[in-house]
Ligand binder design. Sequence first.
Ligand code: NDP
Ligand SMILES: O=C(O)C1=N[C@H](C(=O)O)C[C@H](O)C1
Length: 245
Amino acid sequence: MAVLGAAGRMGSTTVRAVEAAPDLELVAALDATDDLAKVTAAGAQVAVDFTVPSVTEGNVHALVDAGVHAVVGTTGWDDASRARVRDHLADRPGVGVLIAPNFALGAVLTMAFAARAARWFESVEIVELHHPDKVDAPSGTAMHTAHAVAHARRAAGVAPSPDATEQSLDGARGALVDDVRVHAVRLRGLTAHEEVLLGNPGEQLTIRHDSFDRVSFMPGVLLAVRQMPSRPGLTVGLEHLLDLG
Ligand SMILES: NC(=O)C1=CN([C@@H]2O[C@H](COP(=O)(O)OP(=O)(O)OC[C@H]3O[C@@H](n4cnc5c(N)ncnc54)[C@H](OP(=O)(O)O)[C@@H]3O)[C@@H](O)[C@H]2O)C=CC1
Ligand SMILES: O=C(O)C1=N[C@H](C(=O)O)C[C@H](O)C1
């Protein structure tokens, strides 16, 4: 298999995890200046992408063209870019692509629990907290959580969270993602954290997940690497590989 973005925080952690896995062989580790042709030249069947939002879609199309299955953890995807990959895969039967905003088991469970709880609360807001070197906000995980929560609330006929704010400084109420408020904190010392706050009169449920170390993402990454050769087409979210989708 191959790792794209191998010199980065997640890429280097993935390289170590693959090297420690007896059933996987790392044949290519690419950094920003490397040609993607190295992936096929090395005979990789699966490539993991932990690069940057500006290049990940191009990488995925090149991998699909080459018949290489892709496990994508890089964020920055939207409906339009995912649709382009889905269309491309329709011409390449047998090739599988997973785009997952978070590979940590606890984060996937947080999203599943939040979606399950969302219909029972009047108010829902999301706070994501990350290291200050992160280039995108809100996090891909928070966006995915907001969409899942919004979908569950719409399906149950629940109104958007009440908010009487008439006057506020720009950004004070966070970003509105699919009718759900999302707040992004960037703080030295943090790794990757998310809280889903659910409120009713007289009570609050907080669902919180903390990734203290990037090793937390590795069981999910390796699970995906092992499964993608038998999952053709586009899969969005690790929850589908964990039977939680
Ligand atoms: N799904 C998940 O579970 C997780 C997802 N992420 C996401 O993964 C992505 C990477 O995060 P992180 O590792 O912290 O970021 P880093 O900035 O540490 O790593 C990104 C790496 O990609 C390299 N790169 C840039 N362009 C290319 C290219 N065209 N080909 C190959 N490599 C390239 C960068 O090189 P250079 O610095 O020289 O430009 C850098 O080494 C982010 O989008 C982040 O949100 C992060 C954690 C978990
Ligand atoms: O950049 C990060 O660090 C992370 N990015 C992903 C995201 O944007 O959701 C996953 C995790 O939160 C760590």
